[in-house]
Design a protein around this ligand. Structure first.
Ligand SMILES: [Zn+2]
Length: 106
């Protein structure tokens, strides 16, 4: 059957998610963020590498605008556009995003 997903065992999704969370290194980081955020690979690389604005709210500069919600989640205003694809914002677990960013962290 085309364009359909069907489960082959009750543990199928649980096993695949566990394998993604167990992946080490940079590829594991990108795979986990993709699963949690719904962002595409290039968008994930962008939010990992792009500088974060320190001006806070109401700013329209080219940098990322990040809000640590203090409840374990972080909102990232992205503003990424390529052709007809856009990534405006995402919400991620803070420990996955804030602790694993590159040298341009907050
Ligand atoms: Zn800004």
């Amino acid at each position: 059957m085309k364009d359909h997903i069907y489960l082959v065992s009750p543990q199928f999704i649980e096993e695949k998610v566990r394998k993604i969370f167990e992946m080490p290194g940079e590829i594991g980081f990108i795979a986990r963020l993709g699963l949690l955020s719904g962002l595409r690979e290039q968008e994930l690389i962008y939010i990992k590498e792009k500088a974060v604005c320190s001006d806070g709210y109401g700013c329209d500069c080219e940098k990322l605008h990040v809000v640590d919600c203090k409840n374990g989640m972080t909102i990232v205003a992205i503003g990424w556009t390529r052709a007809n694809k856009k990534a405006l914002a995402t919400i991620l677990p803070s420990n996955e995003y804030l602790s694993r960013r590159g040298p341009k962290t907050l």
